[in-house]
Design a protein around this ligand. Structure first.
Ligand code: BDP
Length: 326
């Protein structure tokens, strides 16, 4: 290409660009995420960003910062409420203290399977919980999968009694503390990013999570006994700060919601694939898996948790609605 042609091409590109976005209109949004770039959550967020950029002609540019570059989840929740983080993908448990109804989805042994969970979060119960979060400054656009969480420890655990006195890391949520106590363990709330070294040094005896996080964090290297307790199916949300949300017109709100839901469909597919891949990887990496086939003794120990968190009339009703969802 001659110089002149290059100049013309650059000028033409600049015109096209300025038609679609003028600097005053363009918005760049900062997005928080705890997971590394190849994780299903991260790929879902990237897809969300691509769809929004395309459909808004680059007016709304979402920039997800993966791998906890913007901090751990508790700080991120505060930053989102203050408006310095514009969107994020959050696990629901650390939101328990912000909106009590979120606790319902954290409750142990509640969901029959992943279809049941999808029907609940994509239906009226999900909407009701989202409305509470919106009042707390967090606008839920879509629900992402996080699979079932199981226990993993430095010493083998095959029955609940084995957990007695073990220091088990939990997310920062009162419900998780009570859940672990009900199992006889000694709950230790810690940020996700500190779990590996605490397991390695023996400050912790164990933690609990799904297959993909057990693998991506390499916790299997330092707590190799994994028991498939599948005690909670707490889901995650793709959310926008209420400050941002209120400034959008209806067309942009719809654009974002549609893109978020499409990204959730994609994330859920990737999730199902990754659960199997991660399981294979950790087993190859030396994890010892104990299959828990009878979860009844574990579930029976959860009565104090249900008594405390699911007995007020509203919670009891939500639990009933969830159980009746088919
Ligand atoms: C992972 C969730 C992540 C949580 C983490 C944890 O995807 O959002 O921060 O567990 O246990 O499964 O802290």
């Amino acid at each position: 290409m001659t110089r002149r042609l290059i100049t013309l091409a650059v000028a033409a590109a600049a015109i096209v660009f300025s038609w679609s976005v003028t600097p005053s209109q363009a918005q760049e949004w900062r997005g928080w995420n705890i997971h590394p770039p190849d994780y299903p959550v991260s790929q879902g967020m990237d897809r969300f960003a691509e769809l929004v950029a395309q459909r808004s002609n680059n007016r709304i540019r979402l920039r997800p910062y993966h791998s906890a570059q913007l901090g751990q989840q508790d700080e991120a929740i505060q930053q989102m409420r203050l408006g310095s983080i514009d969107f994020a993908e959050f696990n629901l448990s650390p939101l328990n203290n912000l909106a009590a109804s979120t606790q319902v989805l954290t409750l142990p042994f509640l969901f029959r399977d992943v279809d049941h969970l999808h029907k609940v979060v994509d239906g009226p119960v999900g909407d009701e919980i989202a409305a509470d979060l919106e009042k707390a400054g967090i606008v839920v656009l879509a629900w992402y999968d996080a699979g079932a969480r199981s226990m993993y420890t430095r010493r083998p655990v095959t029955k609940p009694e084995d957990l007695k006195g073990m220091k088990i890391r939990v997310q920062t949520s009162d419900l998780w503390i009570d859940l672990m106590r009900a199992l006889g363990a000694n709950p230790t709330p810690l940020p996700f990013g500190e779990v590996y070294t605490s397991l390695q040094s023996g400050v912790l005896d164990g933690a609990e999570n799904n297959w993909p996080s057990y693998e991506s964090t390499r916790h299997f290297e330092v707590a190799k006994y994994f028991a498939t307790t599948e005690h909670s199916n707490v889901p995650e949300v793709l959310a926008v700060s209420a400050t941002r949300w209120r400034r959008l017109n209806d067309a942009d709100k719809k654009l974002l919601k549609d893109a978020a839901r499409e990204s959730a469909t994609y994330q859920r597919q990737l999730w199902a694939e990754r659960e199997k891949i991660s399981r294979d990887r950790v087993v190859k990496g030396g994890a010892q898996v104990t299959e828990i086939t009878d979860r009844a003794p574990w579930a029976a120990m959860m009565k104090p948790v249900y008594d405390k968190y699911a007995s007020d009339p509203r919670m009891a009703k939500l639990v009933e609605q969830i159980r009746e969802t088919r």
